[in-house]
Design a protein around this ligand. Sequence first.
Ligand SMILES: Nc1ncnc2c1ncn2[C@@H]1O[C@H](COP(=O)(O)OP(=O)(O)OP(=O)(O)O)[C@@H](O)[C@H]1O
Length: 235
Amino acid sequence: MHPVILRNVSRTYRLGSVDVPALSDIHLEIRANCFTVICGPSGSGKTTLLNVVGCIDRPDHGEVLVAGQNVLALSDDALSDFRARNLGFIFQNFNLLQVLTAYENVEYPLLLSGMPAPQRHERVRSLLDAVGLSDKARNRPGQLSGGQRQRVAIARALAPAPTLVLADEPTANLDSHTGAGIIALMRQMQREHHVSFVFSSHDPQVQAAADDTVTICDGRITSIERLAESSGVLA
Ligand SMILES: Nc1ncnc2c1ncn2[C@@H]1O[C@H](COP(=O)(O)OP(=O)(O)OP(=O)(O)O)[C@@H](O)[C@H]1O
């Protein structure tokens, strides 16, 4: 099953009396267990597309299926619930809660989902171990490097065992060496957790690591390149 299917999706922003078309008639299928990168020039619609896929924004027209669910049919509350259960998010500025430790940041979505304490403890420990931060569990984000913060964000995104992880320019605030390490880690996590990753990125390193590359220009998809041999399951 495709984790994401978009059909005839359009999204226009209204600025005063001016309509700004950000996405026009998008058709896209995202493959399971793959790295998909959305690239294109500034203002082409990458973030808008990611927000639609991530159920953060509703398009004006079209159909959006995520994990088999027609998400546009859900109420706002049901959509929040759906997002928490099925989707993980990684941001360029990490978006960690500054007052919480690395451990507590990863634990947070599991607390919200009501996972019992022993199970939660085990999952947080194993994720921090997987991202190489067991020894930093008690550090707050301000006591971590940029690469370490992004590792915490990766662990947090994977904590609820999502179907899909969305990453908006995940290496934009990292130097290229640290960025390469983060890409390798995401690739490893994608394989081990059998999850699909969708990125928006200008970073050639991210694009080089992709199974599928979706290029968007002026709100329209101009090309989709798919690697014949991907790390995942061909749908
Ligand atoms: N809230 C908004 N209100 C009005 N117009 C918007 C809004 N958000 C985005 N836009 C416009 O929609 C278009 C697509 O924007 P979007 O942020 O999706 O592009 P992007 O490819 O992610 O850009 P960048 O690479 O610079 O982050 C642009 O023309 C942008 O100016």
